[in-house]
Design a protein around this ligand. Structure first.
Ligand SMILES: Cc1cc2nc3c(=O)[nH]c(=O)nc-3n(C[C@H](O)[C@H](O)[C@H](O)COP(=O)(O)OP(=O)(O)OC[C@H]3O[C@@H](n4cnc5c(N)ncnc54)[C@H](O)[C@@H]3O)c2cc1C
Length: 448
C-alpha cells in the first residue's frame, strides 16, 4: 500500500457517512469524507420560515430511535414532543370529521376492515426478519405480490382502501402498486409495525429536535475539519490490489477501503469497478420514493383556538398528512405537510402552482384563516440531484427476495452504508446511523 494512502474514504456526509467516519476516527484510522453537496446532512437539511429554523428534510425522532436520541443529548439539543393537543381532522369520501385517539371516524365496515388488516399485517410481518427479509418464509411469493393486490383482497370498502393508501403513501412515498408485500412487511418489521410508523405519540413522529435535526449532522461533522471535502461529487471508484482510488471533481483520494454511504440509486450513478452483478442490478431496481415537503407559516397557530391539533389526513388535499410544527411558545403558527407518491411527481418542478394548491388545501380543511399565510417554503426532493427523491429507496417487486443480500455485501474493498442498508430502522435517520457504524465495523475488521 502506498505511504500516502488513507485507511478509508467515506463517500457521503449524511448521517450514515458521518457515523461511519466517527467510528473509524475513534479507532484511530485516517479517514476523509467526501460529499457532492455544499453542506452535510444529505436528506436532512436546514431551512428557515417566518424567522424560525426548520427542517426541510428528516425531522422527527421516533420511539426506539435510541442512537439518535443519544446523539441529540450529546449535542445538547432537547427533544420537543410533537404537538397533539385537540382534535385531528380526517377528510375522506367527500366528508370531513374531527376525532381524537386512534380510531378514525369512518364507517363501521371500514373500521372493521382496517382492524382486520392491521391484525393481518402484524401476523405477516412476524414471518419477515427485519435484518434479512429475503430469508422470510415464502419470500419470493410475497415479493411477487404487490401491496395493491393484497390491499384489494383484504379491504372491502372504498373508504378503508383510501385510508390505507394515504397511510402507505405517507410512510413510503410510493403507490401501493409500486411496492411488493415483502418490501412492505420488511419496512414494518424493521420499524416496529404499521401503527408505530403512522403515529405521533409512541410512534415514528414522536418528537422533534430543538434547533433542528440538521444541527445533529453539523455536530457529527464538526470534528472532521479539513478531513471533510464538500462540493466534490464522486464520479468513479476504482479498485486494485492496493485498495481504492476515489475520483471526485476535487481530485483523487487513495485508501485501503471505501464506504459508499448513500441510497443504492445514488451509488449506481458512480462508476465503480469491480462491483458484483447483484449490487449493480440492485442499484437499478431500488428507485427513490417521491416527496415534496411543504411548510406554511401563520401569525398564530389559529387552529389551536378552534380546538384542533393541526393534524390533517385528507383524501382530497394536495398535501397530506399535515402536522403542527410551531415553536414551543406558539409565538407563530407553522404547519408542515407532504405531497407524496404519484402526486409529488405531478407537482415537482411547479413551485408557484403547488404553493397555491397547498394553501388552497389548507383553506378547504382549516377554514378562511388559512388563506393568510405570512411565509411559505417547500423542498422538492425529487428535483434534488443528490437525493433524486425521498424518503428512501424502495425495492421494486421481485427485487428484495433475489438481490436483497447485495444491499450490505461488500464488493472487495467497497463497503455499503446508508439507511437502505440498515439491519433495523431502515428508511430513518436511526437506520442511517446504524448502517454507518456497521460499515465502519466491517472496515475495521478488514484492516485489523
Ligand atoms: C422530506 C423528508 C422527511 C423525512 N422525515 C424523516 C423523519 O422525520 N425521521 C427520520 O428518521 N427520517 C426521515 N427522513 C429520512 C431520513 O432523512 C433519511 O433516512 C436519512 O437522512 C438518510 O441518511 P443517509 O446518510 O443514509 O443518506 P443521505 O442523507 O442521502 O446521505 C447521502 C449523501 O451522499 C451524498 N452523495 C450522493 N451522491 C454523491 C456522489 N456522487 N458523490 C459524493 N457524494 C454524494 C449526498 O449529497 C448525501 O449527502 C426524511 C427524509 C426526507 C427527505
Amino acid at each position: 500500500m502506498k505511504e500516502s494512502a488513507l485507511d478509508a474514504v467515506v463517500v457521503g456526509a449524511g448521517f450514515a457517512g458521518l457515523a461511519a467516519a466517527r467510528r473509524l476516527r475513534e479507532a484511530g484510522k485516517r479517514v476523509q469524507v467526501v460529499d457532492a453537496r455544499e453542506r452535510v446532512g444529505g436528506r436532512v437539511m436546514r431551512g428557515s420560515l417566518a424567522g424560525q429554523t426548520i427542517d426541510l428534510g428528516g425531522q422527527w425522532v421516533g420511539v426506539g430511535h435510541d442512537r439518535l436520541t443519544a446523539l441529540a443529548k450529546e449535542a445538547g439539543r432537547a427533544l420537543k414532543p410533537q404537538y397533539v393537543e385537540g382534535d385531528k381532522l380526517l377528510a375522506i369520501g367527500g366528508r370531513q370529521k374531527r376525532y381524537r385517539g386512534l380510531i378514525p371516524p369512518v364507517s363501521p365496515g371500514a373500521i372493521a376492515g382496517m382492524g382486520w388488516v392491521l391484525w393481518r399485517l402484524r401476523r405477516l410481518q412476524q414471518r419477515v426478519p427485519g435484518d434479512a427479509p429475503w430469508q422470510a418464509a415464502q419470500a419470493e411469493a410475497l415479493d411477487a405480490c404487490t401491496l395493491a393486490q393484497w390491499r384489494d383482497r383484504n379491504l372491502p370498502t372504498a373508504d378503508g382502501r383510501a385510508l390505507f393508501d394515504i397511510a402507505t403513501r405517507a410512510v413510503l412515498c410510493v403507490e401501493a402498486d409500486q411496492i411488493s408485500m415483502l418490501a412492505f412487511l420488511h419496512y414494518l418489521a424493521a420499524n416496529g409495525d404499521f401503527e408505530t410508523l403512522t403515529s405521533t405519540v409512541q410512534g415514528a413522529q414522536a418528537a422533534t429536535v430543538e434547533g433542528g435535526m440538521h444541527a445533529l449532522a453539523s455536530h457529527l461533522a464538526e470534528p472532521l475539519g479539513a478531513d471533510l471535502r464538500l462540493n466534490a461529487p464522486v464520479t468513479a471508484i476504482a479498485q486494485d490490489s492496493d485498495g481504492v482510488a476515489v475520483h471526485s471533481t476535487d481530485g483523487t483520494l487513495r485508501a485501503r477501503r471505501a464506504i459508499v454511504a448513500m441510497a443504492p440509486a445514488l451509488a449506481g450513478r458512480i462508476a465503480m469497478a469491480p462491483v458484483s452483478a447483484a449490487r449493480e442490478q440492485l442499484a437499478q431496481r431500488m428507485p427513490m420514493g417521491s416527496v415534496i415537503k411543504c411548510q406554511v407559516a401563520y401569525a398564530q397557530p389559529f387552529w389551536r383556538a378552534q380546538g384542533l391539533s393541526g393534524e390533517l389526513v385528507s383524501q382530497s388535499a394536495v398535501f397530506s398528512p399535515v402536522f403542527d410544527n410551531s415553536p414551543a411558545d406558539g409565538s407563530v403558527g407553522l404547519l408542515v405537510g407532504f405531497i407524496d407518491g404519484a402526486e409529488a411527481v405531478q407537482w415537482s418542478g411547479r413551485p408557484e402552482a403547488r404553493k397555491r394548491a397547498v394553501i388552497d388545501s389548507l383553506v378547504a380543511h382549516f377554514g378562511a384563516q388559512a388563506a393568510q399565510p405570512i411565509d411559505y417554503v417547500d423542498q422538492d426532493w425529487i428535483a434534488d440531484p443528490w437525493s433524486r427523491g425521498c424518503y428512501t429507496g424502495v425495492p421494486t417487486p421481485g427485487t428484495l427476495s433475489r438481490l436483497g443480500p447485495a444491499l450490505r455485501e461488500p464488493c472487495d474493498a467497497i463497503h455499503w452504508a446508508g439507511t437502505e442498508t440498515a439491519e433495523a430502522w431502515c428508511g430513518y435517520i436511526e437506520g442511517a446511523l446504524l448502517s454507518g457504524e456497521r460499515a465502519a465495523g466491517e472496515v475495521l475488521e478488514a484492516l485489523a
